[in-house]
Design a protein around this ligand. Structure first.
Ligand code: F6R
Length: 366
């Protein structure tokens, strides 16, 4: 049932070209320049007029929500807030008619997320669900939504559900943007093409598995890790740190790369591996400066970069090259090395990566 893989986690990481494809299939038609999302068809107009959008989720799904915040604000020019479901629900949030809540949940059963949307719905907000499990509680409570089609996720650490969430949230952002008229036809078509190419590019990234295993062996005994990124890659840094904590029990922190100098840089010495998510995007030059700041303090730099980058390889201890992609869709590529690095470190340390200690697949207690 693990399809020849040693663990479900590895199998699910390798399924991503297919699961992203499945999440786009029947919705994205890049050739004809169209996008259909059955579940939100009747709500696209309302969404395009939303005063604001609030995304509620937990854990990895919350990280997908952070990427969606950047996507939706850029594409739709609608203010987006991303909330931890557990914080949102307990503070009597200001929410009501005219607000749209997007609940992001793989299992569709996370108690905090479920209760958060229950109370928001009572106050008159419209609820959209982005869930992986068909007929789950969150999916049923939602007014509308779109499923991710990642298939059953067995590994406790979420991998393929995350990239499927990014794909579907991007589709939703694009749909609202085109209905609203907030992006040009050219940008819309370009992003459809970029999305269409993602499954193949993910397959290319997966070929780096052997290389990433070598990097894992080199750093597996580190006590702490820092993960840094900016813009669309900031949530990828958070997700990289979360994966490492869960699977290898190594303390890791994700940070926006520029925030580092406001505190965490004090941690940097020759024993600290720093993973940079530094693909070619509008933040690139700034991230290069941040890499120099780490180098100057003798931190070890592991950089995820875009193929053909001429600058960072000369500055980093280890590089992982991923294909070029528009920054909006790049997290679906840059997160793959994060998943593989955590996986290999966990395996090398002898841990049960499919069932990390103290964790459950879906958290149905508040
Ligand atoms: C991390 C992980 C958790 C879940 C979180 C939300 O690898 O799996 O952080 O993402 O518990 O779960 P769902 O998406 O089912 O609501």
């Amino acid at each position: 049932e693990k399809g020849g893989y040693d663990h479900f986690m590895l199998k699910e990481i390798f399924e991503q070209p297919q699961t992203i494809f499945d999440s786009l299939r029947g919705r994205l038609d890049a050739k004809n320049g169209t996008l259909t999302i059955g579940g939100i068809r009747e709500h696209a107009e309302m969404l395009s007029k939303a005063k604001r959008i609030i995304i509620v989720a937990c854990g990895t799904s919350w990280h997908a929500g952070l990427v969606a915040e950047y996507m939706i604000e850029e594409l739709c020019r609608i203010p987006v807030e991303v909330e931890y479901a557990s914080e949102f629900r307990y503070r009597n949030p200001v929410v009501g008619p005219g607000d749209v809540i997007i609940a992001v949940s793989q299992s569709g059963e996370t108690a905090d997320t479920l209760v958060a949307i229950e109370s928001a719905k009572e106050k008159g907000a419209i609820i959209l669900g982005v869930c992986n499990v068909v007929g789950s509680s969150i999916a049923r409570l939602s007014d509308a939504g779109a499923y991710t089609h990642a298939g059953p996720e067995i590994g406790v650490a979420s991998t393929k559900a995350f990239t499927a969430q990014l794909a579907v949230l991007c589709l939703i952002g694009l749909k609202v943007a085109i209905v609203k008229g907030s992006i040009t036809k050219q940008r819309f078509q370009h992003l459809l093409d970029e999305l269409d190419n993602i499954p193949e590019k993910v397959a290319t990234v997966l070929k780096l598995n052997g290389r990433i295993k070598e990097i894992a062996a080199k750093y597996k005994d580190a006590r702490d890790f820092l993960y840094l990124g900016r813009g669309y890659n900031f949530p990828v840094a958070l997700e990289g740190a979360l994966k490492l904590k869960e699977i290898s029990y190594i303390h890791a922190e994700g940070y926006p790369a520029a925030e580092m100098k406001h505190g965490p840089i004090a941690l940097v010495d020759e024993n600290l591996p720093v993973v940079f998510v530094a693909t070619h995007d509008s933040y690139y030059e700034k991230v290069v400066s941040n890499i120099q700041e780490i180098r100057a303090r003798k931190g070890k730099v592991i950089a995820v970069i875009t193929e053909g980058d001429q600058v960072i390889p000369g500055m980093a201890d280890d590089i992982i090259e991923v294909p070029e992609a528009d920054e909006l869709v790049a997290p679906m590529l840059s997160v793959i090395p994060m998943q593989l690095l955590a996986y290999h470190i966990g395996v090398l340390k002898g841990f049960d990566v499919d069932k990390p200690r103290n964790l459950a697949k879906s958290v149905t207690v508040e």
